[in-house]
Design a protein around this ligand. Structure first.
Ligand code: DP6
Length: 335
């Protein structure tokens, strides 16, 4: 007797911050990036998504943080559901309710957590029973960085080499408890500009116009290898300079994109300078800054240095608030 699927599931997934950035799509139809990326999945923050398929629904209903989604945000959810429906060979409409426990516009990568949660909820609702790897492969079609939010701790999304994208998925490198002393001090800056162009589109402008993109791609395999080894060794003296080098490389290709992509505010830039001077004063890499396509900064440091780093950085009047996050678990089904 075949089991009747319940058609409803709820899934939670966290955001992640990239240490090696995904920036550039090699094959848009298959969602294959130019380069592999590495991230840390963050604890405490999450998207919680409930998907209920209903054969009587003619169209999808999408509610994001209590408001009915329209336009682009709704379209990307519907397109993603279409992919899931195709996998399950069904045509039902869906009711999607998704909520973040952090402000969506805070620049804390809500699309990564959002699409990882949607992938988990929609496939579970249709009883598809995907492995973590399969879920990661699917999630990347919603948002590249979502491929990594499926897993906890330190995660690598391998670009793969096969033209069909079958070896393009994320895998956990080290679990959330691997380096308990490592913390991510998030500095939310005031008056951060609201992102108007999706990263997915912005990065393709970089690929097409930045004269330094090819150079970045050429140096990435070596940096990524060194990054993996530095995390494995839990060595801040090796890891922190690499995190900043990578962030600077990402920022350079953004700034040399035409028209230029400038995600930072005066405060973000001042904070970057402050981290550099903190390290100079200490005579060693005490902290490392990074940022995604937004103005807020993530500063990695060790628990024992946190008070000093936080005091120094949060005295900048442009800082709205700070939060201390740790590597956390990946996505999971909750109902
Ligand atoms: C700079 O297309 O995955 O964060 O803009 O949030 O949809 P959204 O993200 P995505 O691009 C991520 C770009 C990045 C780097 C990264 O997370 O690897």
């Amino acid at each position: 007797m075949s089991r009747v699927p319940t058609l409803e599931a709820t899934y939670e997934a966290p955001p992640n911050i990239a240490l090696v950035k995904y920036w550039g799509v090699r094959d848009r139809a298959r969602a294959i990036p130019y380069n592999s990326s590495i991230s840390v999945t963050l604890d405490r923050l999450r998207s919680r998504t409930c998907v209920r398929f209903d054969p009587s629904l003619a169209t999808d209903r999408v509610t994001l943080n209590g408001e009915t989604a329209t336009g682009g945000p709704r379209e990307s959810v519907v397109r993603f559901l279409d992919r899931v429906r195709m996998l399950a060979h069904v045509t039902y409409g869906a009711d999607v309710q998704s909520e973040n426990n952090f402000p969506t516009a805070s620049g804390l990568a809500s699309s990564a957590s959002g699409f990882a949660a949607l992938a988990g909820a929609a496939t579970a609702a249709l009883d598809l029973k995907l492995s973590g790897r399969e879920l990661s492969k699917l999630a990347r079609f919603g948002s590249g960085s979502a491929a990594r939010s499926v897993f906890g701790g330190f995660v690598e999304w391998r670009a793969g080499v096969l033209p069909d994208g079958s070896d393009c998925y994320a895998r956990p490198l080290f679990g959330p408890g691997y380096w308990p002393a490592l913390v991510d001090l998030v500095l939310v800056v005031k008056a951060a500009p609201v992102k108007t162009v999706r990263s997915e589109d912005a990065m393709q402008t970089t690929v097409a116009t930045s004269p330094t993109f090819a150079h970045r791609l050429a140096e990435l395999p070596r940096r990524t290898r060194k990054m993996r080894a530095a995390i494995r060794a839990r060595d801040p003296r090796r890891l922190f300079p690499l995190i900043m080098e990578e962030c600077d490389s990402f920022r350079e290709v953004c700034e040399t994109t035409r028209p230029s992509l400038d995600y930072l505010t005066t405060t973000s830039r001042a904070l970057i300078a402050e981290v550099r001077s903190l390290n100079r004063d200490a005579g060693r890499p005490m902290a490392a800054y990074t940022h995604d396509a937004g103005a807020h900064l993530h500063v990695f440091t060790l628990l024992k240095e946190l008070a000093r780093v936080r005091r120094r950085l949060s005295r900048n009047p442009g800082v709205e608030r700070t939060a201390v996050l740790h590597p956390g678990p990946g996505g999971r089904r909750v109902a």
